[in-house]
Design a protein around this ligand. Structure first.
Ligand code: ADP
Length: 369
């Protein structure tokens, strides 16, 4: 016999599900593992214009252009392998067959045995201006110049990050407190954990943005890329040792370049950290740091190469986009900021991933001493 006491948790679960899925402001949709639509929340139905119609059970091809289907299934496979892909730039089809420009976050759903049995998609619409700005950093810069009420994006970022830091702190500490309290029902504890995890990720993003905007303008000085690499290596040395990653160095002669040591140290540190994370769990992990002079290009290079899984085309295409990440706790800002910093140095950053595996990121400096 079902008593009132037994049904209460189910009713609560239903209300919770309605609150965090069906009636959430953020458009979300759930696909099964064969990429058929299982559920769409109200915000998705509105965004894609399907309100009043049902897509349940239909293949995702009803929502994706035919030419993009392969890319979509590659992205789902990537999410299945990594757990999540955040902020992937993608087009989706609306009910009237027009195009919605979106950032997609794809979360792999897993059963009790840890097998992927579906995907939850978060859809974040992007305006046409933002879309072209993100594709082309120079349009982004021009758009930034137009913000004449604020002198720079840096100022805007720092104000935004400051304003958001305090409420985040309150969310984080309250959820920690709630989770730690004894005798809480499971649903409350799981909810508190979810809030805490997400608040931590948001705090990490805010901290990265604040650190970046605080440093201000680049102050260039004559510096050797070799010295810059050695300093960044020192900072990450203990993590490399505990991850059992071997480091090879191959630095040829190169003139000094004009660079800001603080900024470039943090760029190199981030690249080493990405390589280290890509090598997690491997016994034969290797990172190679090479630097020197390229006669043909008239550039000084500093290249970091690892023998990890490498980056497939879908990752390479999104690599420098802000907030793009395939990591559960990633900010997706490392390479975006690296490119901004290299732009400020009048240099460039190039990513490649040979067919045989492994990833390689090369910093190129033109302003030599
Ligand atoms: P984050 O590290 O926070 O994810 P980044 O901007 O530094 O942000 O990197 C974006 C994405 O690029 C990563 O999530 C990962 O998918 C990919 N990536 C970066 N470096 C490597 C690498 N060395 N090997 C494989 N994938 C990489």
């Amino acid at each position: 016999m079902i008593t009132k006491k037994d049904t209460a948790p189910h009713a609560l679960q239903r209300s919770l599900f309605n609150a965090i899925f069906f009636n959430a402001q953020e458009p979300m949709l759930v696909l099964d593992k064969d990429l058929n639509v299982l559920l769409m929340n109200a915000a998705t139905l509105k965004l894609l214009g399907w309100a009043g119609q049902s897509l349940d059970g239909k293949p995702v091809s009803s929502l994706v252009l035919e030419k993009d289907l392969k890319e979509f299934s590659d992205m789902a496979a990537l999410a299945a392998r990594n757990g999540v892909v955040r902020n992937y730039r993608f087009y989706m089809l609306t009910a009237s067959r027009s195009i919605a420009r979106l950032f997609l976050t794809v979360l792999a759903l897993k059963d009790d045995k840890g097998e992927v049995n579906g995907f939850c998609l978060y859809l974040s619409p992007v305006s046409p201006d933002e879309w072209s700005a993100l594709k082309d950093p120079h349009v982004f810069k021009n758009a930034a110049r137009k913000l004449n009420r604020l002198t720079s994006i840096g100022q805007l970022t720092s104000m935004f990050a400051h304003d958001i830091k305090n409420p985040l702190h309150v969310i984080l500490s309250t959820s920690e407190l709630l989770r730690a309290q004894e005798g809480q029902p499971d649903q409350v504890r799981t909810g508190a954990e979810l809030i805490e995890r997400n608040a931590r990720r948001a705090s990490k993003i805010v901290k990265t943005l604040l650190d970046f905007s605080r440093s201000g303008m680049c102050r260039l000085e004559p510096y050797s890329v070799h010295t810059a690499a050695e300093s960044a290596l020192e900072l990450i040395d203990s993590s490399l040792k505990s991850g059992k990653v071997a480091v090879e160095k191959d630095c040829g002669h190169a003139p000094k370049v004009f660079l800001d040591p603080n900024y470039i140290h943090s760029v190199i540190y981030n690249l080493l950290n990405n390589a280290l994370q890509a090598l997690a769990g491997r016994h034969d992990g290797r990172i190679r740091i090479s630097c020197g002079w390229l006669d043909a290009e008239q550039e000084v290079f500093l290249t970091i190469t690892d023998n990890g899984p490498g980056m497939e085309a879908s990752i390479l295409e999104n690599l420098f986009q802000p907030f793009f990440t395939t990591k559960e706790n990633g900010t997706g800002l490392g390479l975006y900021l690296a490119r901004q910093i290299m732009d400020e140095h009048g240099g460039r950053i190039i990513a490649s991933s040979p067919a045989g595996g492994g990833a390689s990121i090369s910093l190129r400096f033109k302003k030599t001493v």
